[in-house]
Design a protein around this ligand. Structure first.
Ligand code: ADP
Ligand code: MG
Length: 478
């Protein structure tokens, strides 16, 4: 097997002298010699669509065999999907092979060509005995396919896909930010998984920043800093999740800064996530903030109703739970914070189904939501787009949305969380009902009509300036 593998490597190198790299990649990725029977070679290819390329190169392949003193008069191409399986390691690592051959020909070296033999993912031992620093934390369950794309995460999704297609290309580093539970880790891991799928020998490192910090702190204590830098300098793709945790870790920031420069100048792809944009990170290394902004910055926001509904349906299907449409709708309506929360509700539903054999229903889910967020007002099914008919209903909807009580909204507290909800309530009443400014003011703890006017103007301005805010307001009455 090994002999056939190295023979195929040599043949592919021969071919690469006359066939352009892109065609080589398109046709000979995941290919191998499966067998040589007399004068017949059986070539394996992982996918059907590679075959035509191999067919076209038939004369060159035969010629290349001859150069290695093997006489082939015919060959057969067999589809063998397992050639894509990195663990089996049967196929030539074409990407590394072509990369090395380019380097060697550049150096004019005359030594025998060998593919870049990186250790396999599962057994990478770069520092200490037994230490493996990849894929273990990579969860193969996170893919692009099981990520629901909506307006709120479309840019981040597209950027991640672009990076997966061309690591180290235009979007380096890629910086994804957004608050907790909105899919950042999912996207980062999906990107890492996709890169590994396309290029199983790439050294892809995914780390939560906390792990990285712990490693650096440990290395500082043991005076092995160079070790860490050397180790991570070797990677092809470096993915660091939740880098806001670098705040206050000055030494780690410094070391990270140098590592960043090493990787950046070597055109190695870096992907970071954080709960806030680069410039808002609390870093003593100001230089790092500007480095983070050198590539592509994309945010993920809390998804609107449509996206949430699609996610509920997907997660329920993944969990194997049967639900009526009205139940899907109920969950999508009542999740206000994160997709993690949504996922929690689905898991509870699954537990109920598995333990009690009951298909999750709205009454049960109402309880689940109450336990999750004490005091949350439950939004019962409402036909979409229906605007409440009176002030009380509008205030109630807004109170639900903001997780406040109607009393807080009409009250006098000037705390900022109440203020926004109150202004939004006044705006919506003015917009949807024919109530006068004076009447509104009276209902809101006897305020003057000018303060109602001021509030509604403020919201109108914000809506014009911030399309996300506009969507948020629309979302309340969905
Ligand atoms: P973050 O890293 O932003 O805190 P995660 O990536 O851990 O969030 O997401 C939390 C959960 O929500 C994960 O299980 C993830 O699969 C799921 N999730 C988030 N956004 C989406 C989406 N758009 N489509 C499918 N699942 C999602
Ligand atoms: Mg995360």
């Amino acid at each position: 097997m090994t002999d056939l593998l190295s023979l195929w490597e040599k043949i592919l190198l021969e071919l690469s002298k006359t066939i352009p790299r892109s065609k080589m990649m398109a046709g000979f990725l995941h290919s191998a010699i499966l067998e040589i029977e007399g004068e017949k070679a059986i070539i394996g290819s992982a996918r059907n669509f590679y075959i035509s390329y191999i067919e076209k190169a038939k004369p060159q392949i035969i010629e290349a065999f001859a150069k290695h003193n093997i006489n082939i008069s015919s060959f057969e191409i067999k589809i063998d999907g397992t050639l894509e399986n990195e663990k089996k390691n049967q196929a030539v690592d074409l990407q590394s092979l072509l990369r090395d051959s380019k380097q060697i020909s550049k150096n004019n070296a005359d030594e025998p060509l060998q593919s870049r033999k990186l250790p396999k993912q599962s057994s990478i031992k770069i520092t200490k005995e037994g230490e493996t620093y990849i894929s273990k934390i990579l969860d193969e369950g996170f893919t692009f396919r099981n990520f629901i794309v909506g307006n709120e995460n479309q840019l981040a999704f597209a950027a991640c896909q672009a990076v997966a297609n061309t690591p180290g290309g235009a979007y380096n580093p890629l910086f994804v930010y957004g608050s907790v539970g909105l899919g950042k880790t999912h996207l980062l891991q999906a990107t890492a998984n996709e890169i590994l799928k396309k290029n199983p020998n790439a050294l892809v490192v995914y780390l939560p920043a906390e792990n990285f910090i712990a490693e650096v702190v440990d290395a500082i204590q043991k005076r092995k800093m160079e070790h860490v830098r050397k180790k991570y300098r070797q990677v092809d793709v470096f993915v660091l999740d939740d880098i806001q945790f670098l705040a206050g870790k000055d030494r780690t920031q410094e070391i990270f800064f140098h590592l960043f420069n090493d990787l950046y100048s070597a055109k190695k792809q870096m992907i970071f996530s954080s709960d806030r944009p680069p410039m808002e990170l609390q870093l003593t290394e100001d230089r790092l903030k500007s480095r983070f902004s050198m590539g592509m910055i994309a945010d993920v926001k809390f998804p609107g109703y449509e996206t949430r509904l699609a996610i509920v349906k997907l997660k329920a299907r993944e969990a194997g739970i049967l639900m009526e449409d009205s139940v899907h709708d109920f969950i999508a309506q009542n999740v206000h914070h994160s997709i993690r929360e949504l996922q929690g509700v689905i898991l509870q539903s699954k537990a109920q189904q598995d333990l009690c054999g009951i298909e999750p229903n709205i009454e049960y889910l109402e309880e689940v939501f109450q336990k999750l967020n004490k005091g949350q007002k439950i939004i019962k099914q409402k036909s979409k787009g229906e605007i409440p008919k009176n002030m009380e209903e509008i205030i109630e909807s807004i109170a639900n949305y903001y997780n406040l009580s109607p009393k807080d909204i009409i009250g006098t507290s000037r705390s900022s969380q109440f203020m926004e909800a109150r202004q939004v309530a006044m705006y919506c009443i003015k917009k949807h009902l024919k109530t006068s400014l004076q009447q509104i003011g009276e209902y809101f703890s006897g305020r003057d009509h000018t303060s109602v006017l001021h509030a509604t103007k403020k919201i109108e301005k914000k809506i014009k300036e911030d399309s996300e805010f506009w969507k948020k307001i629309n979302d309340i009455f969905e």
